[in-house]
Design a protein around this ligand. Structure first.
Ligand SMILES: *Cc1c(COP(=O)(O)O)cnc(C)c1O
Length: 388
């Protein structure tokens, strides 16, 4: 029996080791891993540079309190700010902590300028911002909040793409709008560039903040370092996690100077957040992923994969309804049953994961090779043929 609580419906498979895009089970079967810990292992498994970083840093220093200076964290924060819109960073350990910190930064800013009633956060209905008590109520999803009441106040919701309801829901107490540029758990739905630009304009007009939850679509996943860069907008606050640690738990919230002014000493903190071991890993991931060359290569892989996926869709129009996403955050929306499709891919040694709206989510490592993409395409094509 398992002593783990039953909050997951786990697949009956476990892995002994990984290498790049591949995972090996305890009995030696090799799988092409296009889940990568849900967009976490952006450099694949057992990346030599990350191994060396961990080895070197683990011999020097793992953890010290944030009561002291942490040079590794200073370095990573500087890199994040130089590469992006941000002026300041707070480190956390996970995505949900990062989104909560983002909410705190937004509220604290209005508090600090004498507008404490401007504290409501407007979110997309059935979005995903993590699993802590505030984050689940931010998502507005019935499934995630069921049984976890009382309802956390301070969140309003609008339907994805419903501009009228979005405008109607903004009132004098709205502090911020929080969106994912590409909804990950929500079914790989992309906010179009012009909508994001309009959203930015709307926030400026109403003097409210824009939070771009980039936990899943950030750190090169979209082909740009941040997905919102394509629309040329600048958010005020950006939570990140998943990819930035390459498999080591790191979260962070990035912010501009204006909103950072509210975060005075003692206003927020974390015991583990930003410790030297985590920061050493983050620095190595950042150095690799933020380079132009690396990101161009993500775009190249993406273009190739989307092109060929669309060819499969044309061949099997009764199976595939839609191909969506950007970069290497890819969704195949099906007419057929999602779970069965994922199982069949797995029977053919390709690992993928579900998302809402009957979407199969595909998350290769960002340094995926062409022959690995070809192998996945071949398996997807085969499963479509068998189900046709
Ligand atoms: C995964 C995710 C989170 C939560 O991250 P955790 O590390 O699981 O807490 C928050 N927001 C988005 C957009 C995510 O994809």
């Amino acid at each position: 029996m398992s002593y783990l609580a039953k909050n997951y419906n786990r697949k009956k498979i476990s892995f002994k080791k990984g290498k790049g895009a591949y995972l090996y089970t305890v009995n030696g079967t090799k799988y092409l891993d296009f889940v990568q810990g849900i967009a976490v292992n952006c450099l694949g498994h057992a990346n030599p540079k990350l191994i060396k970083t961990i080895e070197d840093q683990s011999k020097k220093l793992w953890h010290v309190s944030n009561a002291f200076q942490i040079p590794e964290g200073e370095k990573l924060a500087k890199k994040l700010c130089h590469k992006t819109f941000a002026d300041y960073v707070i480190f956390q350990n996970s995505g949900t902590e990062a989104t909560e910190a983002a909410i705190k930064v937004a509220r604290r800013y209005f508090y600090s300028i004498g507008k404490p009633n401007k504290n409501r956060i407007l979110c997309v209905k059935n979005s995903f911002h993590g699993r802590t008590i505030a984050s689940i109520f931010a998502s507005g999803s019935k499934k995630m909040t069921e049984g976890f009441g009382p309802k956390v106040p301070g969140f309003d919701h609008f339907k994805f793409g419903d501009h009228k309801s979005l405008k109607k829901k903004i009132n004098k107490n709205t502090a911020a709008i929080m969106v994912e540029n590409i909804m990950g758990e929500g079914g790989i739905k992309v906010i179009p560039d012009f909508c994001l630009r309009e959203l930015r304009k709307l926030c400026n007009k109403k003097k409210i903040l824009l939070i771009a939850d980039s936990v899943q679509d950030g750190i090169g996943r979209s082909g740009d370092f941040f997905a919102f860069e394509q629309s040329k907008i600048k958010p005020d606050i950006v939570p990140i996690a998943k990819g930035i640690g390459g498999g080591f738990p790191i979260g962070a919230v990035l912010m501009n100077k204006k909103v950072a002014s509210g975060m005075t000493p003692g206003s927020h903190g974390s015991t583990f957040g930003g410790n030297p071991l985590a920061m050493a890993v983050g620095n190595t991931v950042m150095d690799i992923v933020s380079s132009r060359k690396f990101l161009n290569n993500v775009k190249k892989s993406s273009k190739y994969f989307f092109l060929n996926l669309n060819l499969i869709k044309q061949k099997y129009p009764k199976i595939i309804k839609d191909i969506r996403g950007r970069g290497l955050l890819i969704g195949i929306q099906l007419y057929k049953d999602q779970s069965n499709f994922i199982k069949k891919l797995m029977d053919n040694k390709l690992l993928t994961i579900r998302a809402a709206e009957n979407v199969v989510r595909i998350l290769p490592p960002l340094n995926v090779k062409k022959n690995e993409l070809d192998q996945a395409l071949k398996i997807i094509n085969k499963v479509c043929r068998e189900l046709n």
